[in-house]
Design a binder for this molecule. Sequence first.
Ligand code: IVH
Length: 674
Amino acid sequence: MDAASRVEELRRLVEHHTERYYLLDDPEISDAEFDGLVRELRALEDAHPELRTEESPTQKVGGRASTAFAEVRHRVPMMSLDNAFSFDELVAWGKRMERYIGVGGEPQTGSGHVDYVCELKIDGIACSLLYEGGRYVRGATRGNGVVGEDVTENVRTISVIPERLEGDAPEVLEVRGEVYMPVSAFEELNQRQGEAGLRLFANPRNSGAGSLRQKDPKITASRDLRFWAYQLGEGPRFRRHSETLDYLKAAGLPVNPNVRTVGSLDEVFAYCENWLKHRHDLDYEIDGVVVKVDDLAQREELGSTSKSPRWAIAYKFPPEEATTVLKDIMVSIGRTGKATPFAQLEPVKVSGSTVQLATLHNQDQVRVKDVRPGDTVTVRKAGDVIPEVVAPVLSKRREGLPEWSFPKECPVCHGPLIRIEGESDTFCVNVDCPAQRDGRIIHFASRGAMDIEGLGEKRVSQLTTAGLLSDPGDIYYLTYEALMGLEGFAGISARNLLDAIEASKTRPLPSLLVGLSIRHLGGRGAEVLADAFGSLDRILEASEEEMAVTPGVGPVIAKSVCEFFALDRNRQVIDKLRGAGVNFAGVERSTLPPTLAGKSVVVTGTLESMSRDRAVEAVKARGGSSPGSVSKKTAYLVAGAEPGQAKVTKAEECGVPVIDEAAFLHLLETGEVP
Ligand code: IVH
């Protein structure tokens, strides 16, 4: 290995272990080994000054030497919390607590009733902020709880943290809370890092910690950091924690709006369950719920161990990250021919389910992350999101492990894989590739397109293999007899599928256009085209120029649409669809009263009478719009069962009325809510 490569490797190793040790408190190697790596890097940079860069960990502070920042001795130690890693452990804690206070029985002590404050456990960096005479004077990280780092100037750049407190300022106010980076800011930052060829942050917590612990506060200022206050170190005393939080809020400090005070353990459990389900509705990461006894006198009675208070517990959600061995990297071919690399993993439990496949997005991502078959890797599975490989664990990499290179051949049809100039994706360009063919049919039948229930991935592959389908047009020529000849079909399932196919013939024109898998043509473009031309036949006749000047279409879509319909094979599909009587006409908007003209109605959660897609169509068919997010311009938020919490909160913030399904149906009909 030449000096330049070794320097690169060492930098990555040093950064990785710095992160492990400093940011994750989870070192993988001994201090001596770490020092050895830094020494070797420094020696190489001394011998080859041309390899030294500003980005090198030898030039940056923020390493493990806590001399990077001045020390701060906390006036009141910052304790940590005991954890409950399962619901059972949480229940056990609650019962212990209630027995001690004497809830529902002979009181051992106290009043016999406990109120709990439930808070989100923010996955950020614990910080202490000191205000003297109402002025911000010092910010410190938790450190080891007794001594932390002085990050005063960095914290000062966080815009949500007030420089001056509102109201009557106490002499001293020391408040604790969590500095964090919103998920959206983390994603944007990583996008920029990637574009600049810089290292990607593994998660919002790491990027938040890295951004806070910069030697130069200007860098911190350029990052979007926020803060939630959740505990008082020193300052005015109240009887209850909930009163303390109200006070902090009144003083102008950000207090999380999802804090709830409840009067029973059952409500505590319900709070935990709710947030376990809705954690990804938030734009910041939480890794659990912190439950605290509200009454400060009861807290005194319960006391603390040397490490943590007995009056609080952190209920930790099951981890969304785990490490496992990456067995191999393969590529899958989508309906457009796009080749997506994915990882085959040694099965591992993440977020409560077993994962053995994870996406790697594209060629550049594999390169930036530098994951190689044989690596131990971190895998992340967050909510409904597809599992993803985050990064390799470099310290576990076997020496000489070869880099992975993108295959040159499609794994399905063995045609060439080609990367288009200026794009990050690689494509199989053989339109007859069976993987693409199946993908196009699956997409045609999917919810966002022709919505044919029962025609999913497995069925399509069964039907194409049997030679019954070779393009979406063939769907309409399937017969009962042919289906009954296949394995797994009974009379009912065959009938149901044929009924669903029949019903799809009346789907609106934009759904049909979306279903055809025309490159660059998404839902919005399909609607504009359908609206502007009124029917598929008019679209087929239109010239590229005519299409390109249509507002909302533009030259890229126009070119792509015209190229698509110019191909014989696609014309044949159109003929099959026409022959089967599939709807080619645009929506007759005049048949429905424009009760929602100019109004924006957002839908969240599950409705009983229609799918969300149909609800959106219903709003649009009446002249309204139905975007995916709530803003001040939203007229109503329709909340079905299990609505997205973030949308509801946003609606409340913006003063947007939240209505139920019955009110929505009335709104569609009359333009007004009952
Ligand atoms: S209270 C003595 N409340 O969790 C109580 N901590 O595992 C001190 N954290 O070091 C902490 N959200 O960094 C508290 N709402 C919350 C929290 C929270 C996140 C962190 C904090 C603390 C760690 C304890």
